[in-house]
Design a binder for this molecule. Structure first.
Ligand code: FAD
Length: 324
């Protein structure tokens, strides 16, 4: 009978991704809540060093599938190998990170096994053995609880930032290589140069203080207010995605999953709701201050200091105080 959790450990550009450690944390949490164990699987060629790193985590086993046809990522090769890993481990749940690579090949794995894949999950809850997954819908406006009614293996991909990398518990696992039939798989793709997120002219990752502005600012004509606050704090200006999408600030000022990741000593979020795609880019900041008129805004869950109020009143008052 299917049992346990199988976690996909992803390698990109020759390195284990950060999201892999988040997936391990998610898989460990799911396994602990279900009273079972978690294994990890890695796919590629020449995996010994990576496998040794993953084996330092609290896992029952690390499985590797290695073949020269898996040296480069292709959906044909990786889907075939992942199906082999799932057949070997016979897990109840399979955990992926919601990366570009996973989005490309995991639906193929699910279709091949005729099972469900619940993508872009931000949270999981387990009550009496019943797993409920939380997904955001309508651009993050509503959280939907989702349960999976298909038989095992049930597959989940977690949004980046849903779990912290440092939440992956340490342990000591053995590494086992699985025999693969991937040699007989027709690989129809040739990988081209890897897609890179836009790297802007401004490297906000080194900024000690950031004032970040969101849709609460209403119009680009009001941005002067945020610039004044940044100047008073000797901080860089950054933004949530809608501000950059509107062209109010350049794309290289965007913080979040499709923007920059920053860890300043001080992050002031002005009129930003705290959608997970934003939060993943700034959650490791030293001190987080949020100014928002909605006391239920998710940014307050994260903030060290919160001001519930109209930014058009609060920000000028702060600037005045700073100037005194
Ligand atoms: C694939 C994908 C990738 C994404 N990548 C990113 C990303 O990298 N970065 C990112 O930021 N987003 C990203 N998003 C968008 C993200 O889901 C949110 O839509 C976005 O972060 C919301 O921006 P916001 O907080 O500025 O706006 P909103 O969610 O509209 O929030 C505005 C906030 O301002 C407050 N407010 C309004 N008026 C006032 C006032 N007068 N005073 C005080 N507060 C006020 C409101 O209460 C509200 O909380 C992505 C989405 C997707 C689907």
């Amino acid at each position: 009978m299917a049992n346990g959790v199988l976690i996909y450990a992803e390698i990109r550009g020759g390195e284990l991704t950060n999201a892999t450690w988040e997936s391990i944390a998610a898989g460990q949490a799911l396994a602990a809540a279900l009273g079972t164990t978690a294994k990890a699987v890695m796919i590629g060629n020449g995996l010994a060093d990576h496998a040794a790193k993953v084996a330092t985590k609290d896992l029952a086993e690390v499985l590797t599938i290695e073949h020269e046809k898996l040296a480069m990522y292709t959906p044909d090769g990786f889907a075939a190998a992942m199906v082999e890993a799932i057949r070997d481990a016979d897990p109840e749940w399979v955990v992926f990170s919601h990366s570009y690579q996973v989005r490309d090949f995991a639906p193929r794995v699910a279709a091949r096994l005729d099972r469900a894949l619940i993508g872009d999950v931000i949270k999981l809850k387990v009550e009496n053995g019943q797993v409920t997954l939380v997904r955001q819908i309508f651009q993050g406006k509503i959280n939907a609880d989702v349960t999976c009614r298909t038989d095992a293996p049930r597959m989940i991909s977690f949004q980046s930032g849903a779990y912290r990398t440092d939440a992956a518990k340490d342990g000591s696992a053995s590494v086992r290589s699985i025999a693969t039939e991937v040699g007989s798989v027709d690989i129809r793709w040739t990988a081209e140069e890897r897609f890179k997120e836009v790297k802007g002219a401004i490297d906000l990752s080194a900024a000690p203080r950031i004032v970040s502005v969101g849709r609460g600012i209403k119009s680009d004509e009001n941005l002067g207010l945020v610039r004044d606050l940044a100047e008073a704090l000797d901080a860089e200006v950054a933004a949530s995605r809608p501000i950059c999408d509107n062209g109010w600030l350049p794309m290289d000022r965007q913080i979040g999953s499709s923007g920059q990741t920053v860890t300043p000593q001080l992050y002031v979020a002005v009129g930003i709701s705290g959608a997970i795609q934003h939060v993943v880019g700034m959650k490791n900041s030293g001190t987080i201050v949020a100014i928002n008129k909605d006391k239920e805004a998710p940014i307050f869950d994260l903030a060290d200091f919160g001001v519930v109020g109209d930014l058009f009143e609060v920000v000028p008052a702060i600037i005045k105080k700073l100037k005194e």
